[in-house]
Write a protein that binds this ligand. Structure first.
Ligand SMILES: O=c1[nH]cnc2c1ncn2[C@@H]1O[C@H](CO)[C@@H](O)[C@H]1O
Length: 535
């Protein structure tokens, strides 16, 4: 028996030996905090999840309740847990994968829109009680006065612009009045549980709804005064969630933003000037609050969408180079975004991408690739094959890499070259690549020793604001993963960021001291629990 148990633990050790949470010696406090968190997780597996499962017995329409279940159904329950409240306080390190135009709470974006009377709204078809759930509102800043007063009156002519405040005030009570207006807009900006899990419950179907949320928000966010408020809010909510550094993907597909005059004429460089100014303003406010150490900064990964033609892409690579020359410290990467299963694969862009690299060499600049790749359930499909091209093109990290676990050689390359995966678990689940967290391939990557950073992707659309929700879902869906794994993930997010070496060193030092404080506070709060052996 003794021999058997020895063999067993040796086999387990060998199997998990690549894991990055095993590479570092842990302090006594860390081990104690990890045990405490495992204990809370075990207790809540019964008190929160099992308890609710039994409450649902006998009701065929009720969702199945378990840790790591469908996020949109579980969200309110998650927020009530001790574990969630504890994780809110964890220093998360860097947010390395977020589309900037999907990062601010939808209600707040609507509030920003209502603060600007020049924002107008229109519909392409008359609104009916049944069509409201799929009717897509269109926005535009307009300076000329419009005579239309209501979207819901019989006299409304589709295509006519209505000032947003009037549209809201006059929203007919049959549609819920002004609150009904708010609900309609917010629903158009987000994915709700019945859309993700019933109406559009396949990847292709949910992507159509997903894309439509960007169509609704795009003009609002590209209105310069809202853009500035949007960035401020993104920074402030991220830092409140324990994120200290951000590499945001900005979609430069649209060549202009709308200025205060309502003209769509503000070029990309001004978007970045705004970003810098607002960031500075935010930094000053934090300093005044004595919280200067909580924020390192924000940098930008230039992105455009995979429906550009290979020739058309050259406009964007040239634009990216110009921005890099003007904002060398701000532009730190290049990526192509959009639905990989249906849009052009990387192999179609090899020529312009190699030219892009050559131009950079000639100019003595470096804009690393940070490609989305393998965001698919496919095997050997063009989206899955993007992984090979991303790696051959020298990608510094992989966005999503959902299908990476199928590729032994690529896993080895990622481990050996330190190519981190920007894993977006909640995004993957809502976009229907996985039905729940226990089905997500993340543990395969962790066990293979691939560096991982957890990311929120499009929190405004999914409702997973900050990083706490993604950390939570990962923690409750694995027995191997513990608090110390999450710590290593946060550390790796900074380690695999594109910060300059000195900046990275500084960011890591700040993180380590916050981490030690966090660990100490867990031990103080839960010390007695932590001393009990759980496993
Ligand atoms: O998970 C994702 N995978 C690929 N593309 C995405 C994802 N999330 C958002 N976008 C893309 O980014 C643009 C907005 O900046 C949108 O066009 C959207 O398609």
């Amino acid at each position: 028996m003794e021999q058997y148990l020895q063999n067993r633990s040796s086999l387990i050790d060998q199997d998990l030996s690549f894991r990055r949470d095993r590479t570092k010696a842990n302090t006594v406090s860390e081990l104690s905090a990890d045990r405490a968190v495992r204990q809370i997780r075990a207790t809540e597996a019964d008190s929160v999840w099992l308890a609710n499962e039994s409450a649902y017995y006998g009701d065929d329409t009720s969702p199945c309740i378990f840790p790591g279940m469908q996020f949109l159904t579980a969200k309110s329950l998650i927020m009530q847990t001790k574990l969630f409240k504890l994780l809110v306080k964890m220093p998360k390190g860097a947010l390395l994968h977020a589309h900037l135009d999907a990062t601010v709470n939808a209600r707040l974006l609507l509030k920003f829109a209502l603060e600007h009377p020049c924002i107008h709204i229109r519909l392409s078809r008359p609104l009916t009680i049944t069509s409201i759930t799929t009717a897509i509102p269109e926005f535009r800043p307009l300076t000329a006065a419009s005579s239309a007063l209501s979207l819901t009156s019989d006299g409304y002519v589709p295509g006519e612009w209505v000032p947003i405040v009037k549209a809201r005030d006059s929203f007919h009570e049959n549609f819920g009045g002004p609150e009904g207006f708010d609900k309609w807009i917010v629903d158009a900006l987000m994915i709700n549980p019945s859309e993700a899990y019933e109406q559009y419950n396949t990847t292709n179907k949910i992507w159509r709804k997903f894309q439509s949320t960007f169509a609704v928000s795009s003009v609002l966010i590209r209105y310069k005064p809202i853009w500035r408020k949007y960035i401020y809010e993104f920074l402030s909510s991220s830092v409140d969630d324990g994120i200290s550094y951000i590499e945001a993907r900005i979609n430069f597909h649209y060549k202009h933003m709308f200025g205060e005059d309502g003209e769509e004429s503000v070029p990309h460089r001004e978007w970045l000037i705004d970003l810098e100014e607002v960031t500075e303003q935010f930094r000053q406010t934090l300093k005044q609050q004595g919280r200067g150490n909580e924020f390192v900064g924000i940098k930008v990964i230039y992105t455009t969408v995979r429906h550009a033609t290979p020739e058309g892409l050259e406009w964007y690579t040239e634009d990216c180079i110009q921005l890099k020359q003007e904002f060398p410290h701000l532009i730190i990467g290049f990526d192509l975004v959009g639905h990989e299963d249906s849009l052009k694969p990387l192999i179609d862009y090899i020529d312009p991408l190699l030219k892009f690299r050559k131009r950079q060499e000639e100019l003595g600049i470096d804009i690393p690739f940070v490609f989305h790749a393998g965001e698919t359930t496919g095997d050997g499909t063009k989206a899955d094959m993007n992984l090979y091209d991303a790696i051959l093109l020298g990608t510094k990290r992989i966005g999503h890499g959902f299908s990476l676990y199928k590729h032994p050689k690529l896993l080895q390359i990622c481990r050996e070259r330190g190519i981190a995966v920007e894993a977006c678990p909640i995004s993957n689940e809502i976009l229907r690549l996985t039905s729940s967290m226990p089905m997500h391939p993340l543990p395969a990557l962790l066990n293979q020793g691939v560096p991982v950073a957890l990311c929120s992707d499009d929190p405004a659309v999914f409702g997973n604001m900050g990083l706490t929700f993604d950390y939570f879902q990962v923690l409750v869906a694995s027995e191997t993963t513990g608090l110390l794994t999450l710590g290593q993930i946060a550390r790796d997010s900074l380690q695999h960021s594109l910060l300059e070496p000195a900046e990275k060193e500084h960011a890591l030092q700040l993180w380590e001291s916050r981490w030690n404080f966090f660990i100490r506070s867990i031990v103080e709060d839960h010390g007695s629990v932590g001393d009990q052996q759980v496993n």
